[in-house]
Design a protein around this ligand. Sequence first.
Ligand SMILES: *[C@@H]1O[C@H](CO)[C@@H](O)[C@H](O)[C@H]1NC(C)=O
Ligand SMILES: *[C@@H]1O[C@H](CO)[C@@H](O)[C@H](O)[C@H]1NC(C)=O
Ligand SMILES: *[C@@H]1O[C@H](CO)[C@@H](O)[C@H](O)[C@H]1NC(C)=O
Length: 347
Amino acid sequence: MFSFTRLVLLVTLAVSASASCIHNTSLMRRQIAEEGTVEVSTFGYTGSKGPLLWATLEAENELCRTGKVQSPINLDDTISKATEAPVVAFNNVEEAEFENLGTTLEVLATGVTTFAGKEFTLAQFHMHTPSEHRIAEEYFPLEIHMVHEAADGSIAVIALPFQLTEDNSTLELLTAVTENIEAIRVPGTVGRTGALDFTEITEIIQTTPLFQYTGSLTTPPCAEGLTFLVLEQPLPLNVATYNKIKSIIKFNARYTQNTSGQDNFLAAATVFANEQDGVSQSQSCDCGPGGENPAPTSPAQPPVEDKATTGAHEPAPTGANNHENIPAAEACAMQCKGKRWVPDAFL
Ligand SMILES: *[C@@H]1O[C@H](CO)[C@@H](O)[C@H](O)[C@H]1NC(C)=O
Ligand SMILES: *[C@@H]1O[C@H](CO)[C@@H](O)[C@H](O)[C@H]1NC(C)=O
Ligand SMILES: *[C@@H]1O[C@H](CO)[C@@H](O)[C@H](O)[C@H]1NC(C)=O
């Protein structure tokens, strides 16, 4: 499942990133700022900190825009089901630490899951609202990721989608988790859950169909090689619990990624946009010293001329405005790929 070289790469990629999906694993040890608080994430879900620009936040986030085995994805008939059931043994506890990391709410639960002949230790579980995975294109209001790590450093995530109920029922475990949720409304705060009993969820995970695929962290650094096991049948969630969770998390779902093995959406979208705009991929670019500031060598002119000759767009206004530079700048961003760069147009 995990080659040695990939593992080394994954570890070096991940260590310095801010709090994310691999929080509290050996890839990202927990950093408690002071008693009763936790460090908040430096990435986000909106604007210049959002998923379209994660790769520009830290050099080690490069896979977020170039990786071809990224998560989340749409789970359809082409994604196979696990042929064996995981054997899970989560520890029931009187209470657990419940943290607001700014980008997610996380519970420090413990336990062991045995899958494919390997033991994975549960590091934490955290929430995404709305869901990150889609099932037959449909998204869900909530998804929980139970993040596990094996002794060799490989990561397995059991993902649990939730669906709103008409009878007001909610998975009891979730009711217990969110009992004191108001105490961690502010990012960086730490509270306690109610008593956690994993009996019901254990039974569900071990007896119902799970999609299985290899993907990536859905947060920076987007490292690849993770095993995802995603419950096919969503779990019950009532409106009151959902609204409470959502009012604190706000929004933390990465957009659906391309089919495994195919081009990263960001790369594919840039190529597509440039084709539509008639910008040549072969134009020469000045990637700048260390690639800090790539720019077309003759700014503005090529896109304006190309547009005029393709006739695919309305005639460009005389005196190219800033928008006329975007396709050329993106083409150069592709050519200068691998060097850190934030397109001015997006800031
Ligand atoms: C995960 O959190 C627990 C509880 O605070 C702590 O004991 C453990 O050392 C943490 N593990 C890592 C790898 O940071
Ligand atoms: C639904 O369940 C919540 C607890 O999760 C409770 O506070 C609320 O009163 C219930 N609503 C109805 C209509 O039963
Ligand atoms: C997915 O990748 C393929 C190439 O591997 C590309 O042609 C396609 O445009 C990508 N899909 C999207 C929606 O970008």
